[in-house]
Design a protein around this ligand. Structure first.
Ligand SMILES: Nc1ncnc2c1ncn2[C@@H]1O[C@H](COP(=O)(O)OP(=O)(O)OP(=O)(O)O)[C@@H](O)[C@H]1O
Ligand SMILES: [Mg+2]
Length: 259
């Protein structure tokens, strides 16, 4: 399979003394489902945000779909972002607007500011919005206001908004951190289905190790801004999980797991 994303020697420093990422190297193949795990403050969100340039890396190179992301100017950057859908913990929807309006917002990167601001969408675009909403099981909620939805439904709207752009990759930053186990499973199942049936690459930050192990082709473990594990979820040992989370957290997990 072709390499879609390459992260080379990437570092990120905030201010003068916070090193959030330190010489991070990895690549992701087309269609891969990769989870990034690690304790709070490890640098997971920073890493995802550097990839679509929501924040600027301090050093290193990021190549996405054969394009050096750092060199891109406004228009090219907008084009890059149409290829990379972003999913957030708190959904980032416009809550007073309807489900379909939020999904159509996903097309903004393709539009002139003029028709974007006026909310002008073609019949074809509306049809496409209905299509992605149906894929995500939201055909009954199309005209509801987003503030009337459950958390799991809101997140599915977030995924639909990303999908309407025809992305090559989804970056998901803690997509299930605000959801109960049942809704979490539904969201993870949809992400997996999107990845395997549509060939879309998924890079997801997760707090739940068990979920990461269950769904991923590959696990990247981050600790204090460095990659400390990169490999199959099948081969990862308890000791390696302890290294990712630090020995104290590891002992806690073993205790809980052992009961
Ligand atoms: N905008 C910012 N300005 C300054 N420091 C920041 C900023 N964003 C993050 N940091 C710091 O960078 C480090 C990595 O943060 P980041 O949010 O990437 O971690 P994370 O792994 O996503 O954590 P969490 O699991 O809690 O979401 C932390 O020390 C954090 O305090
Ligand atoms: Mg984070």
């Amino acid at each position: 399979m072709k390499t879609l994303l390459e992260v080379k020697n990437v570092s990120k420093q905030y201010g003068t003394d916070t090193v959030a990422l330190s010489d991070v190297n990895f690549s992701v193949k087309e269609g891969e489902f990769v989870s990034v795990i690690g304790p709070s403050g490890a640098g997971k969100s920073t890493l995802l945000r550097c990839i679509n340039r929501m924040i600027e890396a301090s050093n290193g190179e990021i190549i996405f779909d054969n394009v050096n992301v750092q060199g891109l100017r406004k228009k090219e950057l907008r084009r890059l972002r149409t290829k990379i859908g972003m999913i957030f913990q708190h959904y980032n929807l416009v809550m007073r607007m309807s489900v379909i309006e939020n999904v159509l917002h996903g097309l903004l990167g393709y539009k002139s500011t003029f028709s974007g601001v006026l909310g002008l969408y073609s019949e074809e675009e509306k049809k496409k919005a209905l299509q992605v909403l149906t894929i995500l099981g939201l055909q009954e909620q199309v005209y509801k206001r987003c503030d009337q939805l459950s958390g799991g439904q809101k997140q599915r709207v977030g995924i639909a908004r990303a999908l309407i752009q025809n992305p090559k990759m989804l970056l998901c930053d803690e997509p299930i951190a605000s959801l109960d186990p049942n809704a979490s499973k539904i969201i993870m199942d949809y992400l997996k289905k999107i990845s395997s049936s549509m060939g879309i690459t998924v890079l997801v930050n997760l707090h739940q190790v068990d979920v990461a192990l269950k769904y991923s082709d590959r696990i990247i473990g981050v600790s204090k801004g460095k990659i400390v594990y990169d490999g199959s979820p099948k081969k990862i040992s308890e000791e390696e999980i302890n290294t990712i989370y630090g020995s104290e957290a590891g002992e806690l997990m073993i205790e809980v797991g052992g009961k």
